[in-house]
Design a protein around this ligand. Structure first.
Ligand code: M6R
Length: 614
């Protein structure tokens, strides 16, 4: 997954616009960066290098160039290692065509062999470079550049969001989308094509999300859009384009750091407001009630998600069972084939994805839909592929999340799932009116609980809370085991510490063999699983260094004969609220340790915010 941007303008230098766009897209990948500018009609000027956006922009002084049309790219490597030569943009043999790409071309080996036989000089290991040469190859057989472009992309298998310039048409950017996100920003005297909205909202709030199979071009004053179908190509009418333009309400400031050293810290701290917005926006939403009816009609429910969204799915599945007595199966999205053959039209898929663009999650819902299942999508991004491909889309409404490590979207997903569980229980009458009111009232306190929990965690945690630790366990039972999975992902992905999580009852079946004097074990104790005390004691007897994190009112009767560090988080009177009091401690633990170790938590190595590849 990568970030792409293409801009053309009249009377406005696009070089600084592309530079800023790259900064906004850096969360999508940051192993190499490049720009292509049309400085004259004979060739495209390309600058590119391995490294991050800031170093690139200052090294090449990009903003000092003057151009009216250009492209930018920030890369997360798939085909070919991160290197100067593999960085985008890529050009054809003549140097007149430049391409930036987000996606993966599956049939690249065969295309490469054909192009080499036809005499093209391929210089990088990437699949993207082939696209530039393919277009060049099609030009002699086409009546114009657009036709060559269409002929070239018709030969591609896989996924792509593409922006392409051609020095012979200095005021145009061509684009195409298939299974990778792409938006159009419509400006006054300029137009922008980009992977995501933060890259354009500095300049315009009028945004259109492109759909799969759409291709076209922008000039400073015009947008031409076509739909590729099995029967050919059809132009999308101007009125239809305009009817899809949305005005982006959220401010640019909401997507920036506002003085915090990192997005991750800002997003952890803003959780009380984020969750309030999720609660207010969904608690009376008829769409959520509609989704609850669908869940009640289902023969079987499968939840799919990846990473943090999968961890939220575990809790949503648990609450559906506990509150609404509805059985469901949470599944890691990339493993959808495990249940695929048993899916039928009576089933419902509950897909959870912050971005709504995660390849694995989209592949799963597409496979299940093709078997007739209905899809409910929970996503934060209006207009995302998940929102468009779901039968019912529920929005998290917690504002943009930029930090690669998901934080506020995790608590927001749990909130949406909890509301859904309550409405499912109302629908199937497993809750009476007064219990329903109590649960809704409980949820309304989540924002305050999160605020208190963040304050408590910040006051307890020192600057390097996991100093010297290389490997650790984070364990729980019941709800605690699900929260532990997310806690360990945070520690792994940003502090680069091996943090393993499994249900605490499993220790005696194998993992306790690793425990020796001072081996660090964190326990997350929740009110549904007080029997965890036995697991704590078996670890303590073997000399483990133990920290127990629990809501203050969960009483475990820990024997004082062992030196166990107990961390009390704000008390809560409902299981539904326990994730909000417990998770901030671990988000901040991971954050503080990452910073202490000199890592940038906003740019964890090998990761990107939105994973649009297989
Ligand atoms: O956008 P999604 O929620 O579908 O993303 C899923 C995962 O890629 C994401 O949660 C990832 O695991 C994050 N790095 C977690 O912090």
């Amino acid at each position: 997954m990568c970030g792409i941007i293409g801009i053309c303008a009249i009377k406005r230098n696009v070089a600084p616009m592309i530079s800023l766009g790259l900064k906004r897209l850096e969360y999508r990948g940051y192993d190499s960066v490049g720009v292509a500018l049309v400085l004259n009609e004979s060739r495209v000027h390309v600058l590119k290098a391995r490294g991050d956006v800031d170093s690139f922009l200052s090294r090449f002084k990009v903003s000092e160039f003057k151009a009216y049309t250009g492209l930018g790219h920030t890369r997360w490597a798939t085909h070919g290692a991160p290197s100067d030569v593999n960085a985008h943009p890529h050009t054809d043999c003549s140097g007149r065509i430049a391409v930036v790409h987000n996606g993966v071309i599956r049939n690249f080996s065969i295309i490469k062999s054909i192009l080499e036989v036809r005499g093209h000089r391929i210089t990088s290991e990437t699949d993207t470079e082939l696209i530039a040469h393919l277009i060049e190859d099609e030009i002699p057989f086409s009546s114009n550049f657009f036709e060559a472009f269409i002929r070239a992309i018709s030969r591609l298998e896989g996924s792509y969001a593409l922006a392409i310039i051609n020095s012979s048409e200095p005021n145009k950017v061509y684009f195409a989308r298939l299974k990778s996100p792409l938006v159009l920003g419509l400006g006054d005297g300029f137009n922008i094509i980009a992977s995501d909205i933060p890259a354009v909202i500095e300049y315009t709030r009028r945004v259109l999300t492109l759909e799969d199979g759409e291709v076209g071009w922008i000039t400073p004053t015009e947008v031409k859009l076509f739909k590729l179908t099995d029967d050919g190509i059809a132009e999308v009418k101007y009125e239809s384009i305009m009817s899809r333009v949305r005005f982006i309400e959220w401010s640019f400031e909401e997507a920036t750091r506002l003085g915090y050293p990192h997005f991750m810290l800002k997003e952890i701290v803003e959780q009380p407001n984020a969750i309030k917005s999720t609660y207010d926006g969904n608690i009376d939403d008829p769409i959520v009630k509609l989704a609850a009816s669908l869940l009640n009609e289902a023969n079987h429910i499968v939840l799919v998600g990846a990473g943090t969204s999968y961890h939220a799915s575990l809790i949503i599945s648990y609450f559906l069972s506990k509150i609404a007595k509805i059985k469901s199966t949470p599944l890691i999205a990339s493993e959808y084939k495990v249940v695929e053959d048993s899916i039928s039209r009576e089933d419902v898929i509950l897909a959870v994805s912050q971005s709504g663009e995660t390849y694995d999650t989209l592949e799963a819902i597409r496979a299940f839909k093709s078997r007739g299942a209905k899809v409910i999508g929970i996503t934060n991004v209006v207009g995302s592929a998940l929102s468009r491909e779901s039968d019912i889309a529920i929005y998290m409404r917690c504002g943009p999340e930029i930090g690669v490590a998901a934080t506020k979207t995790y608590t927001s997903q749990i909130m949406v799932g909890s509301i859904l569980a309550i409405y499912s229980a109302i629908e199937n009458k497993s809750l009476d009116n007064s219990s329903t009111r109590n649960l809704i009232d409980d949820l309304s306190k989540a924002s305050d609980i999160l605020g208190l929990s963040i304050k408590t965690s910040l006051s307890i945690l020192n600057d390097s809370p996991l100093r010297g630790i290389k490997s650790m366990y984070i364990l729980g039972r019941g709800l605690g085991s699900m929260i532990a999975k997310e806690a360990s992902l945070k520690v792994k992905e940003i502090a680069y510490i091996h943090a393993e999580s499994y249900p605490a009852g499993e220790s005696k079946h194998g993992p306790i063999a690793l425990v020796e004097e001072k081996f660090p074990v964190y326990f997350i104790a929740t009110s549904d699983s007080l029997e965890i005390i036995g697991n704590i004691m078996e670890m303590a007897s073997r000399g483990a260094s133990i920290v127990v994190v629990k809501p203050e009112n969960v009483n475990l009767n820990i024997s004082s004969s062992h030196s166990i560090n107990v961390v009390d988080m704000p008390p809560v009177n409902s299981l539904l609220l326990e994730p909000y009091t417990l998770i901030p401690y671990f988000q901040l633990l991971a954050y503080k340790e990452a910073v202490a170790r000199g890592y940038n938590p906003d740019k964890p190595r090998n990761l990107a915010k939105t994973v649009t590849v297989e």
